[in-house]
Design a protein around this ligand. Structure first.
Ligand code: CTP
Length: 407
């Protein structure tokens, strides 16, 4: 797939690197994309709209109202038009406004209305880039599913040298090409992913839960959708949501609800990945009213929950692929291999809680993938998005191998 005919909005905000954007517009146009440039008012100080309009073949938009004609630009219509929005350069100010949902210019209003993919290439002075507030905003945007093209290291307009330079237009162009060229290797496949924790109610106020954020499972769902699969995500209680509007999200609270929803979609799924941190125990009885602190001690009787993954393993048809996670703190490999076999899985992903920056809540993870055909793939510490890409690549090799066997 090329980018020919793709609709791309290039959002330019007010930083010196804006002067490089005519090159990006030219590269995109030469590759056959339709480019609409939208500038923030501050960007006009750094690059002229006449250059950008000429190169893109479309008048640049900055304001909601086009002064002379009194014409109103419809931010929702532009958001729907775009196959991709690219913010380059994205200043610290624009990043902050995107992270907090402000819409005090046309570009931000389009961004807030956009349901499709967004790419952001930050550029600013090194101290602004390194500031915890900016880094937090970038992380927040990542958690919304936005693709970040990190700033690079080098000479800055201030005369200082360090991280903060806009990635070169040629490399931003390459990121855009790569984004559209991801092959639809999972088209016509139905995928079921679970993510997040489960909350097992003790009374109307308290619950037994765990630290799972759902990030890993959401990344798996996003990646499957990106590869063309039709995806159902059964999601435990977390404030995170996938960004891709094509992913069907089924929200559940506890292990029992997760089991019911999973059962409903499992039969028709080609590939199921249980990434949820399902509670192993739930209170035997949920108190109808808040438990008062009167007594000097309190015991809560627990009963085991259904092992959803093990139950799917018994129902699995030969054409179905089933994958699980193993969260271990000791005898990692042994325990993971035992779960792979015991739960009749095709693949298991081992997360070790002993690894720094990996596991619950982090944006990065360090895992080892074990397959039932005896492969063991130890991956270095990577973003959860990159781990999700690797997991799907291994799943695809399993699909191809089983197809060969049938042939
Ligand atoms: N899992 C499940 N249902 C449960 C518990 C776990 O489907 N009630 C799934 C998880 O989604 C994960 C896999 O089983 O894919 C392994 O979870 P983990 O907590 O590592 O292991 P358990 O099977 O719960 O075993 P243990 O607690 O003894 O390690």
């Amino acid at each position: 797939m090329s980018i020919s005919g793709k609709n791309i909005i290039l959002g330019i905000s007010g930083g010196i690197a804006a002067y490089k954007m005519p090159i990006l517009v030219r590269l995109l146009k030469k590759a056959g994309a339709n480019v609409q440039v939208i500038m923030t008012p501050a960007a006009h100080d750094f690059v002229t709209p006449v250059t950008l309009s000429t190169l893109s073949g479309k008048p640049v938009i900055t304001d909601f109202i086009q002064n002379k004609e009194g014409l109103w630009h419809n931010h929702v219509a532009w958001a729907q038009w775009a196959d991709l929005m690219v913010f380059a350069p994205a200043t610290a100010n624009t990043l902050a406004k995107m992270a907090t949902g402000q819409a005090d210019n046309f570009l931000l209003a389009v961004y807030l209305s956009a349901k499709g993919p967004v790419m952001v290439a930050p550029a600013m002075d090194l101290d602004m880039y390194a500031h915890p507030a900016t880094q937090k905003n970038i992380k927040k945007l990542q958690s919304y599913g936005i693709l970040i093209i990190p700033a690079t290291k080098g000479e800055l307009a201030s005369g200082l040298s360090g991280y903060g330079r806009l990635e070169e237009p040629e490399n931003i162009f390459k990121n855009i090409i790569d984004f559209f060229n991801k092959k639809a290797t999972l088209s016509n496949r139905k995928v079921l992913v679970t993510a997040g924790p489960t909350y097992e109610a003790i009374d109307p106020v308290r619950f037994i839960g765990n630290h799972s954020s759902g990030k890993m499972g959401i990344a798996l769902a996003e990646e499957a959708a990106m590869r063309g699969a039709s995806v159902v995500l059964v999601l435990g209680p977390t404030h995170l949501r996938p960004i891709n509007p094509d992913i069907k999200v089924v929200s559940v609270q506890n292990a029992d609800e997760m089991y019911s929803s999973v059962k409903q979609y499992f039969k028709s799924s080609d590939i199921t990945i249980m990434a949820a941190a399902v509670a192993d125990f739930t209170p035997k009885k949920k108190a109808l009213h808040k438990i008062k602190k009167g007594a000097s001690s309190l015991s809560i009787a627990l009963k085991p929950t259904k092992d959803i993954l093990a139950s799917l393993g018994t129902q699995k048809k030969p054409h179905q692929i089933l994958a699980g996670f193993a969260m271990e703190t000791e005898n990692e490999t042994e325990n993971a291999l035992d779960k792979l076999q015991r739960k009749n899985l095709d693949l298991i992903v081992l997360n070790s809680l002993r690894e720094a920056n990996a596991g619950f809540k982090y944006d990065t993870n360090k895992v080892t993938i074990f397959t039932k055909d005896g492969r063991q793939i130890a991956l270095p510490l990577k973003s959860k998005k990159a781990v999700a890409e690797d997991i799907w690549s291994v799943v695809e090799t399993l699909i191809n191998n089983s197809r060969k066997k049938i042939e």
